[in-house]
Write a protein that binds this ligand. Structure first.
Ligand code: ZN
Ligand code: ZN
Length: 350
C-alpha cells in the first residue's frame, strides 16, 4: 500500500471512530434527558394527585364491553394521600402508566360486579403496581365472589411472580408484597349503605344496585371532609342509587341511550342476525337510560353528574350532544360532565 493510501485509510478510520463516538455521546445525552424528563413528569403528577387540599378524580377508563376507542371501565380517586381505584376494565393498567399515575402507590381497589369490563385488568393492576415498586399490601374490596376472582388471578400469575423475584432479587422485587388480599362483603339488600373502607377520615360505603341477573352488583360512595362522590357501577334505573346519590357533589354514572340501542336491535333484526338482536334487546334491561339518569340526578339534587361507561360509544360534539347531553339537560339542571379517558376533575377541600 502506498503511503498516501495508508494515510487516507487511517483518516477514514479516525473519522468513523469520531462519528461513532459523537453518535454514542448524543444517544447517551438523549436517553439521559428522556429518563430525567419522564421521572420529573411522574413526580410532578404524583405531587399534584396527592395534594391533600383537594380530591382528584381521574376517569381512567370510560368504555363498556362494546368495542370503542376507550379503555374499559375504571375510575381513580386521590383523596387525603390515598389512591383508590374503582373497577379495573381491560387496558386500565397500561392506561394508568401512560397517564403517569403513581401506580406503585395504589392504596386499594374496589370492584363493583363481575362483568369482565369491570375486572379484566385486575391481575395486571395487582402485578404492575408491585413491579413498579409497591411496598405495601394491596386489598381488593368487593361483594361475594371477590376472593375467588382474586385467587384466580393470583394463581394464573404464580410463575410471573416467581420469575420476577428470581431475576431481580428480593431487594428489588420483594415476594412479600406480590399479589393482593381481599375484603369480601355482603351489601345490605334494603339499599342502605355499608362501610367497607375507612382510613384517615376517608370513608367508602358500598350499596346494592339493580343489575339483575348480576347479583351482587354494588355502587360505592366516597366521603371525605364533607365532600361526597358516588360511583354507580352498572345499574338499571334504581331507587337505591337515587337514595345514595341524594345531594352528592358528584355522581359518576354509567349511561345508555336506549332509543339508539333499540335502533341497533332493529337493524340486526332486519338482517336476520338473531344473536346480536337478542343481545341488544337484553342489555337494555339492566342499564340506565340517559333520560332516566337525568331524572334521577335531578330528583336526587346531584350537584355534578359525570357520564362514563356510555353505551353506545360516540365521539364528536354533535353526536355526544344529541345522544347524551340533550336528553339529560332536558330534565337535569345541575352540572354535566361527559367524560373521556384521562379526564381529571379536581374538588377543592374546605
Ligand atoms: Zn359494564
Ligand atoms: Zn355489568
Amino acid at each position: 500500500m502506498k503511503l498516501n493510501q495508508t494515510k487516507a485509510l487511517y483518516c477514514k478510520i479516525l473519522f468513523l471512530s469520531l462519528c461513532s463516538l459523537t453518535l454514542s455521546c448524543s444517544w447517551d445525552r438523549f436517553v439521559l434527558s428522556r429518563v430525567n424528563e419522564s421521572t420529573a413528569v411522574k413526580a410532578k403528577v404524583a405531587k399534584e394527585l396527592f395534594d391533600k387540599d383537594k380530591i382528584t378524580i381521574v376517569l381512567t377508563g370510560t368504555g363498556s364491553p362494546l368495542p370503542s376507542e376507550s379503555i374499559q371501565n375504571s375510575t381513580a380517586i386521590f383523596v387525603n394521600g390515598q389512591f383508590l381505584l374503582f373497577d379495573a376494565g381491560d387496558g386500565v393498567a397500561m392506561a394508568m402508566e401512560k397517564l403517569n399515575l403513581p401506580v406503585s402507590e395504589i392504596s386499594a381497589v374496589f370492584i363493583t360486579h363481575f362483568h369482565s369490563d369491570h375486572f379484566a385488568d385486575l391481575g395486571e393492576v395487582i402485578d404492575r403496581s408491585w413491579l413498579l415498586g409497591r411496598q405495601k399490601p394491596l386489598t381488593v374490596h368487593g361483594p361475594k365472589g371477590i376472593t375467588d376472582l382474586v385467587n384466580g388471578f393470583l394463581k394464573s400469575y404464580q410463575s410471573e411472580y416467581y420469575y420476577r423475584t428470581k431475576h431481580h432479587g428480593e431487594a428489588v422485587m420483594p415476594s412479600q408484597w406480590k399479589g393482593a388480599k381481599t375484603n369480601e362483603f355482603a351489601p345490605k339488600s334494603d339499599g342502605s349503605s355499608k362501610i367497607v373502607y375507612e382510613k384517615d377520615g376517608v370513608v367508602v360505603h358500598a350499596f346494592f344496585v339493580n343489575h339483575v341477573p348480576v347479583e351482587p352488583a354494588v355502587g360505592y360512595k366516597i366521603e371525605y371532609k364533607g365532600k361526597s362522590i358516588v360511583i354507580s357501577g352498572d345499574t338499571a334505573d334504581s331507587e337505591f342509587l337515587k337514595k345514595q346519590s341524594f345531594g352528592v357533589d358528584y355522581l359518576i354514572s354509567e349511561v345508555m341511550n336506549k332509543s339508539m340501542i333499540a335502533k341497533v336491535e332493529k337493524a340486526y333484526e332486519s338482517i336476520d342476525h338473531d344473536r346480536f338482536r337478542k343481545i341488544m334487546k337484553d342489555i337494555q334491561l339492566y342499564h340506565i337510560d340517559a333520560t332516566e339518569l337525568g331524572n334521577l340526578a335531578e330528583e336526587a339534587k346531584v350537584k355534578t353528574l359525570v357520564l362514563t361507561h356510555m353505551i353506545p360509544f360516540v365521539k364528536g360534539y354533535i353526536q355526544t350532544k344529541a345522544i347524551y347531553k340533550d336528553p339529560i339537560k332536558k330534565v337535569y339542571h345541575g352540572d354535566l360532565i361527559i367524560a373521556h379517558d384521562g379526564k381529571r376533575i379536581e374538588i377543592p377541600l374546605p
